[in-house]
Design a protein around this ligand. Sequence first.
Ligand code: TRP
Length: 332
Amino acid sequence: MNRIFSGVQPTGNLHLGNYLGAIRNWVRLQRDYECLYCVVDMHAITVWQDPAALRASTREVTAGLVAAGLDPAKNILFNQSQVSGHAELAWIFNCVARLGWLNRMTQFKEKAGKQRENASAGLYVYPNLMAADILLYKATHVPVGEDQKQHLELARDIAQKFNGDFGVEFFPLIEPLILGAATRVMSLRDGTKKMSKSDASDYSRINLTDDADAIALKIRKAKTDSGVLPETPAGLEARPEADNLLGIYGALADKSLEDACREFAGASFSVFKEKLVERAVAELQPIQTEMKRLLADPASIDSILRSGAERARAIAEPILKEVQAIVGFLRP
Ligand code: TRP
């Protein structure tokens, strides 16, 4: 049976990019697969996190997932640190993965930047923990964005080397699941930059906690160019803002970029933006309302995570026991 695993970091607020790029796909997958979705608080602390903010973000991300339609009874939704097997398997993988493999990880290079000597050791072995997340459940399919593909290849290498070193066929080979036309949502202020929770301007992104007025205002203020909307996507590379807004519209309306262009061919941005506001509010406002309701009752969120962790542990424990036996750990 196919088992899906994916993770999301509890750092800062969820925005439209997270929603269209990941969350919405996760919600769609729950129909056909057994899915585990993990709020990866242990990955988050590879860079400094204020403890109170980490707690708040863990609850906020959980609330966002549930509000967006992820059913916590059908899926296993939990935070990583509650299942100690992640750390235990990650240690074993620290001893399987090679320094040379980790040295090639572009995300480490980007995140550590010039401060390499000052980066945490955790940031360096981040991909080993990610491999442990997935393989602790022998998950086969992992929905991720483009930026995580290299980490998944490393997880495959770890699984393969583990199997080879110990002469077993234990871990499955992981398949990345890049769903649909990868929706790359860009900043509303600059169509060449990714929409990001760390952008200084809140006008650059639509947060899942934004109400209808905020969504409308941000879309109306979004940067455009002086042209009208094109008939076809040809030429959109040179018009990053038009490309981004049409892409967002298409994603929200479940239409291809071609169809979105056809619908608005020759229209002004102001006409198009009103339609985009309508779409965005219709889809996002119910999520925002539900998120607010859930966040008003943190105990209910904690209880979702607690029961998710219990169910995750039930799958993980026998797998971890087998791994420990394979490695030669004596557990009389
Ligand atoms: N590294 C992923 C990200 O930043 C999050 C993540 C952690 C993850 N563990 C995972 C994703 C396991 C998929 C599977 O987006």
